[in-house]
Design a binder for this molecule. Structure first.
Ligand code: ARG
Length: 407
């Protein structure tokens, strides 16, 4: 008649303390329902109610990972003109599969930065209702952008042109679009501040929304308590978005000294998808990525990695963001080794995917580190991922909200 509390006592070899960035040896972590209730280093837990023991004595425990830039409803094998055949309901079903792959890879929280037809919001709600297994989703709904910009759809000629749902021009139209996205369930606002690689006919380096539009957009979102993510490759667009007060810059490919200074001053987070370029250049053509996009990528990829290195050296706020959906979901963790290769310590890369991301989402009171009182989102890796960061690609155990989803 009474629901039994489900409790676990997890014994591990080590635990990554996301706040200090240090490994703690021989931890015992006690989970009751969906909460972490006790952590003891060395020695036994005091917990004396019935609980199931979990032996992870060869594993390192980490907080559930966050990917701050995904498109769960996108299929990496369908790009360019092929995408015109995909309806929003079909995309939502693709999202079901990708949500499962994402959680299996140890990512227990994601920010979904844009989906046509509010498919990401439908997916989020299905996950929260328990119909579908997947990560916590902080969903944007349709991305906002200018007519003909990166967040519009420019594949068809004017006689049969389509207009992406998030297109809005002018400060008041942009405010109205923010309100519309909130009305239909958005947790976060995404907009395009510059051109992009994968859109037809846009220049990556060129700013798109004008400063007044970005100012209005960010003010409206913040008024309503939502954070804002700006897609921005080009230097001027990055600066305008930071000046407008966005919470994160996505891609951040062409950083100059002033952009770095501005990001530092405003505490803006950078979410740089530095693995993505490898997939685009090797698999993109088969998937339907346009020739002009491949040309853009040949310039942007290398520039972005250089900017990443400078951002790390300048000690900017960085989060893990992969743009999975452009490349296959479930391979998110491949980016860790690139983040280390291009300047981060393994500890910094892990903090970018845990505590920093939780702070960006304003969820760090309940997520982002393994601490008493926080939600029970914990993963485990066999071995020591600090010594070998590629081990992050082999997650052996996933607990989300106190439920074991992979063992
Ligand atoms: N969605 C992004 C765009 O189209 C992908 C950029 C990928 N390239 C990169 N080097 N990160 O602009």
């Amino acid at each position: 008649p009474y629901a039994m509390a489900s409790a676990y006592i997890i014994e591990a070899k080590a635990m990554f303390d996301a706040k200090s960035g240090k490994l703690i040896a021989n931890p015992t972590v006690v989970i009751e329902n969906n909460q972490i209730v006790e952590i003891s280093s060395h020695g036994k837990a005091k917990y004396n109610k019935p609980a199931e023991k979990i032996n992870l004595r060869e594993h390192t425990l980490l907080p559930g990972l966050f990917d701050m830039h995904v498109h769960l409803t996108s299929d990496a094998h369908i790009h360019g003109y092929k995408r015109l055949q995909v309806t929003s309901p079909r995309a939502a079903i693709t999202g079901v599969r990708n949500a499962q792959r994402t959680i299996n890879a140890g990512f227990t929280s994601v920010r979904n930065l844009g989906a046509p037809g509010y498919a990401d919001i439908a997916l989020r709600d299905a996950i929260y209702a328990g119909d579908v297994i997947g990560p916590r989703v902080f969903a944007a709904g349709p991305s906002l952008g200018i007519t003909g910009g990166h967040c519009d759809n420019n594949l068809l000629p004017h006689e049969i042109a389509i207009k992406a749902a998030g297109v809005a021009d002018g400060p008041w139209a942009v405010r109205a679009k923010v309100r519309e996205n909130i009305k239909f369930g958005a947790d976060v606002i995404k907009f395009c501040a510059t051109g992009g690689v994968l859109s037809k006919g846009t220049q990556v380096g060129a700013q798109q929304y004008a400063q007044e539009e970005m100012n209005a957009l960010v003010a409206e979102a913040h008024l309503r308590g939502l954070t804002v993510a700006a897609h921005a490759h080009g230097t001027n667009g990055i600066k305008a978005a930071i000046r407008a007060g966005v919470d994160s810059i996505e891609h951040a490919s062409f950083l100059d000294d002033e952009a770095i200074k501005l990001a530092k001053k405003h505490g803006t987070y950078l979410s740089m998808d530095i693995y993505n370029t490898e997939y685009i250049l090797s698999e993109g053509q088969k998937a339907g990525i346009l020739e002009e996009s491949l040309d853009k990528e040949r310039v942007v990829g290398a520039k972005q990695r250089n900017s990443f290195n400078r951002a790390v050296k300048a000690n900017l706020n960085m989060v893990f963001g992969s743009d999975a959906g452009v490349y296959p979901h479930g391979e998110n963790a491949k980016q860790f080794s690139r983040m280390v290769k291009f300047g981060m310590t393994p500890e910094q890369a892990l903090q970018a995917a845990t505590i920093n991301a939780a702070k960006l989402l304003k969820q760090d009171q309940i997520l982002g580190s393994i601490e008493v009182g926080k939600l029970a989102d914990i993963i485990a890796i066999k071995g020591d991922p600090i010594a070998d960061i590629t081990l992050m690609e082999q997650v052996g155990f996933v607990l989300k909200d106190g439920k074991i989803l992979k063992q």
